[in-house]
Write a protein that binds this ligand. Structure first.
Ligand SMILES: [Zn+2]
Length: 229
């Protein structure tokens, strides 16, 4: 009922998570102006994203939607998704990303979308897995089903943020375990995470899946950490 949402807007005005300007009733999370300037990944960096995984795991395709880099106000989208209890932001952003990506054939042949699992401890603390919402947004646009529960995080690893590139790869080796390999067997899966930095966590999860099934793997992340722009 539109009048209810209009009334709620009047009592609790919503503002754009990027520029903080008030949103119109039709706008969600982000104003049209900020939406039109989303920092989409440039083609040259799309190749870099695929190269992140070369020599580590076998992947079919890998891509990301927007840049996540120091001081960008667009980082707020990811902060809302991960830390401020607004996972719906991730669902809508992923839906937009998938609607655009579908034209490129990125989803062709993909049988299932698999969100990267969180550790039980983190899930309890946050109350939701942000990757589930990203997967749901991709699924809503593409019609590809989401499979959860096939793989789990066996070890709650230490935070990656204080570690260098080499330490990050060692820190996550063997932290995932296959729970229901039959759910994924012989499929081409799209493994989904929020932000791609070194790719170590995604590669570790993909390795666990590939070891126990004959899955082909592609990768999607909402954002890509790039500090050179
Ligand atoms: Zn805005």
């Amino acid at each position: 009922m539109k009048w209810i949402s209009d009334l709620i807007d009047l009592i609790f005005p919503r503002s754009c998570v990027v520029c903080d300007e008030l949103l119109s009733p039709q706008e969600k999370d982000i104003c049209l102006d900020c939406l039109s300037k989303l920092p989409r990944i440039e083609k040259i960096h799309l190749e870099e994203i695929e190269k992140t995984f070369w020599g580590k795991i076998a992947i079919e395709r890998a891509t990301s939607f927007i840049y996540y880099h120091k001081s960008s106000p667009y980082n707020n989208l990811l902060h809302h998704l991960k830390y401020r209890n607004h996972p719906e932001v991730g669902e809508r952003l992923a839906h937009l990303a998938a609607s655009e990506l579908m034209e490129t054939g990125f989803f062709d042949g993909i049988d299932a979308i698999v969100p990267l699992p969180l550790s039980k401890k983190k899930l309890r603390k946050r109350g939701y897995n942000q990757c589930d919402y990203i997967a749901a947004g991709l699924s809503r646009a593409t019609g590809i089903p989401v499979i959860t529960g096939a793989v789990r995080r066996a070890v709650a690893n230490e935070s990656q943020t204080s570690k260098n590139r080499e330490e990050r790869w060692q820190n996550v080796a063997g932290i995932f375990a296959l729970k229901e390999p039959d759910l994924l067997r012989d499929k081409h899966i799209l493994l989904v995470d929020d932000i791609l930095t070194t790719g170590a966590t995604l590669a570790s999860c993909a390795a666990a899946i590939q070891e126990g099934t004959s899955c082909r793997t592609s990768i999607f992340t909402l954002a890509y950490t790039y500090n050179g722009i």
